[in-house]
Design a protein around this ligand. Structure first.
Ligand SMILES: [Zn+2]
Length: 376
């Protein structure tokens, strides 16, 4: 029943005053420490980064999206290139998201049944039919180190009844995914759904844990529901997730929310926020967000974040980066993205260090004290 051969997860420290923990996850490609932030490479590239730059920033695991890569360039291209790692030139761990969220949010003309989901690809309209078994097979063939099951992702506006119905299918699909998963050197995570309803989240957690996955993810949160509702839910559900397995919060992307989730015992995060905001000229800093295109920075010699030691902050001023954006120079989005990914990876690294030193809540409080959500 157990797949312990695929995954090794060691908890290196536990915070006495919260649920926060630090750990090491070993995949067949190597290890990475938790809590950790995974840069997002939906299309097999973390936008604007070379793999070498990601390595320099300390990234040892990134996320790619099986759905996107399956519709373009397709499995044949990836397989004849020797698998996803070789195709994209990345030698460390890759987690592939199944693409459930994308299928249910991007693709059009969906027909969903218990058997699977048929839809038209979001960019060329080609009709595709995917079953939970096929989604596992696709991730095995791509060769990612951590795979995710296919789940149904209802909108955050769904009623309790609708979520209840959807959960039945998500649980059925999880069971079939587990049965279909053949490559035991690949880690497989189950996904807990249940919308904003604590009762349904708990039920989902029990059903998914019963299937005995290598790790557990929280899906379908941070999709538009009020922030307080989400925080209450993580506070309630995260500590109930199995202690000895990695816990992954899918798609959470504000620095304050990440630290909050770490305090409830979450280990892994991903979000497009650092790269997407970076391309728009918004930097995450220790004082809050800086929209570098604002006129206020026209003559500002300070770096994006005076408390940051990254390459972008060590060498360039806000005035220069603003000039790059105003001149539509590609280096602008590159530098802000670089700083942002450094910031998120660094935030998790510092959280980890503080957990090991037994000072996580002090670190969290200091960070919150300095970080102004409204800073511009
Ligand atoms: Zn920086």
């Amino acid at each position: 029943m157990s797949q312990q051969t695929a995954l090794s997860f060691t908890i290196t420290a536990k915070d006495a005053a919260s649920h926060a923990r630090s750990g090491i996850i070993r995949t067949r490609r190597g290890e990475f420490e938790t809590p950790c932030f995974m840069p997002v490479g939906t299309q097999g590239t973390v936008k604007t980064f070379t793999p070498k730059e990601l390595e320099e920033l300390g990234a040892r695991v990134i996320l790619a999206n099986a759905y996107h890569l399956y519709v373009r360039p397709g499995l044949d291209v990836i397989r004849s290139s020797g698998g996803l790692h070789k195709f994209m030139g990345w030698r460390h761990s890759i987690l592939t998201d199944s693409g459930g969220y994308q299928i249910f949010s991007l693709a059009s003309l969906r027909k969903v049944s218990d058997e699977g989901v048929s839809f038209n690809a979001h960019f060329d309209g080609k009709e595709i039919f995917l079953t939970p078994e096929r989604v596992i097979e696709i991730q095995e063939l791509m060769g990612s180190d951590i795979a995710m099951v296919l789940d149904e992702c209802p909108p955050h506006t769904a009623t309790e009844k609708e979520i209840e119905r959807s959960l039945k299918r998500t649980h059925l699909w999880a069971e079939r995914s587990k049965a279909a998963h053949k490559d035991k050197t690949q880690i497989l995570f189950g996904i807990v759904q249940g919308g904003i309803y604590p009762r349904l989240r708990k039920e989902s957690l029990e059903r998914i844990v019963y299937l005995d996955f290598d790790g557990y993810a929280l899906g379908g949160l941070s999709v538009g529901e009020p922030k307080e509702v989400m925080c209450e839910l993580i506070q309630d559900i995260a500590p109930q997730m199995p202690c000895d397995k990695p816990r992954y919060f899918m798609g959470l992307g504000s620095p304050l929310e990440l630290l909050e989730a770490v305090s409830y015992g979450i280990d892994i995060f991903d979000c497009v926020n650092p790269t997407r905001s970076g391309r728009n000229g918004t930097a995450f800093t220790h004082r809050g967000k800086v929209v570098v295109r604002n006129g206020a920075y026209a003559n500002d010699p300070k770096p994006l974040d005076p408390d940051c030691s990254c390459y972008a902050c060590s060498n360039f001023s806000r005035a220069y980066i603003r000039h790059l954006f105003n001149s539509s120079e590609i280096l602008g989005p590159r530098l802000v993205s670089y700083h942002n990914v450094h910031f998120f990876i660094g935030l998790m690294k510092n959280a980890r260090g503080s957990i090991i030193k037994g000072k996580f809540l002090d670190f969290k409080k200091d960070f919150e004290h300095n970080y102004d959500e409204k800073h511009r």
